[in-house]
Structure formats: structure tokens, C-alpha cells
Design a protein around this ligand. Structure first.
Ligand code: UDP
Length: 213
């Protein structure tokens, strides 16, 4: 699944492994979902070395983003209804212009849905495990006004920066955010979350269309 949002493009795939993580084995019924995120070296500027090539461990941003993607998707799945498998979600950023984590989540949800359809066809799903879709959007505070889907330049100059992740009915799954220049008011935070929720509902409709629902 190629997810595009403006100039940001992320290839989202799901692999099904017939095994659960060691810590889950025999102690917990069901399956697991985990995510990996990576940017191609020239997806953004300046060139970012491929993960693992520099001999350093994964950088903090990569770890943070892939854990966010995994948490958001697991929130929509009743893991107990999965057989003993791990769904490996891979999000590879081909082109980055802000909002790569939110675009990853939007595309990954569609790819997970597709993988579950395949499992259903193979008769390996006792019950449909997905509770609903998951949609995400970035929201910034630019000159005191909330703005959705920031590109790189807007992101770099925003006074505050949030990522809002919602379920199909607009309920919150996670809000990530911080002031970038100076503290901002709770009223502005509420306004940013509300505009993010509204955008997520629009993205939800696009995901449904992509899935033919
Ligand atoms: N970016 C980049 N190289 C990096 C990190 C970030 O080019 O190593 C750019 C890229 O356009 C990205 C944007 O900075 O989309 C904002 O990065 P951020 O960490 O806020 O994550 P994102 O908004 O992509 O989820």
C-alpha cells in the first residue's frame, strides 16, 4: 500500500509470521502486531544514512515512531482473536515532507486490513479482530492558528506540533505533542485536537474508499 499525503510518500506492507514474541508464548492467548519504520537515505534532506549502516543503534526518532505506529494499530485490534501469529507492519518512507508518522499509520491500517482479509480467505481467522479503522494527522500552531497536515517548512516554523490519532468514531487513541518555541495555552491545545479529530474523520473516509468499504 503506497500512502501519500502531499509530498510525503510511505510504502506500508504487512508480513504474517507464524510465531508470537517469546514473552507472549504460552502466557497469553492470541497474536501480536509490531511495526518497523525507516526512511530511505534520500527521502529527506540532508541524506540520512541507512539504519544500521553507521554501526550505531537505531536512532531515538525511529524507535519513537515505530512504537507509536505499533501502539496505535494494536489499539484497533482485538489481539486475542488473532491466531498465534505476529503481524509485522513495515513503513518505509520513500519521500518525506512532514507527517511521515501519521501517513505511515494511515497507510499501515489499510495494509493491516488487507492482511486480515487474506487471513480470512485462508480460514485462519476464527473471528474478525479489527474493531475499526485508525486515522492520524499532524496539527501545528502557526502564527497562533491551528493548521493540519504540516509540510516540512511549516513543521519547522510551528510554535507547537501535535500528532492526533483517532478511531473510526473520532475517539482519541493517542495525542503526541509539544511546544516548539514557547508554552501554549490549553485552549489552543483543545482547538488543535478538535481540528485534528475532524481531519481524522475525513481520512477515515479515504481509507474506507481505498478498501472499497
Ligand atoms: N526529516 C528529515 N530527516 C530526518 C528527520 C526529519 O528529512 O532525519 C524531515 C522530514 O520531512 C519529516 C520532517 O522532517 O517529515 C518532520 O519530522 P518529524 O520528526 O517531526 O516527523 P514526521 O512529521 O515526519 O512524523
Amino acid at each position: 500500500m503506497l500512502a501519500e499525503c502531499g509530498n510525503t510518500k510511505v510504502l506500508c506492507t504487512v508480513g504474517i509470521q507464524d510465531q508470537v514474541p517469546h514473552w507472549m508464548y504460552k502466557s497469553q492467548k492470541g497474536g501480536w502486531l509490531t511495526a518497523e519504520y525507516s526512511m530511505l537515505p534520500n527521502a529527506g534532506k540532508p541524506r540520512k544514512p541507512r539504519d544500521g549502516r553507521t554501526g550505531r543503534p537505531l536512532d531515538g526518532r525511529t524507535q519513537e515512531i515505530q512504537r507509536l505506529i505499533g501502539r496505535a494499530l494494536r489499539c484497533a485490534i482485538d489481539l486475542k482473536q488473532l491466531p498465534e501469529v505476529t503481524l509485522w507492519v513495515d513503513c518505509d518512507v520513500l519521500q518525506a515532507d512532514g507527517g511521515t508518522r501519521t501517513t505511515s499509520i494511515n497507510g499501515a491500517l489499510v495494509a493491516v486490513y488487507d492482511a486480515l482479509l487474506y487471513m480470512e480467505e485462508q480460514k485462519s481467522l476464527p473471528k474478525w479482530p479489527l474493531r475499526g479503522l485508525v486515522s492520524a494527522i499532524s496539527v501545528g500552531l502557526c502564527d497562533g492558528e491551528p493548521l493540519v497536515d504540516l509540510d516540512y517548512d511549516e513543521d519547522s516554523s510551528a510554535e507547537a506540533d501535535l500528532n492526533v490519532i483517532c478511531s473510526s468514531d473520532g475517539k482519541l487513541i493517542e495525542v503526541q505533542g509539544a511546544a516548539e518555541k514557547q508554552p501554549f495555552a490549553i485552549e489552543q491545545f483543545h482547538e488543535m485536537v478538535a481540528i485534528g479529530q475532524k481531519s481524522c474523520l475525513g481520512i477515515n473516509a479515504l481509507q474506507r474508499a481505498a478498501l472499497g468499504l
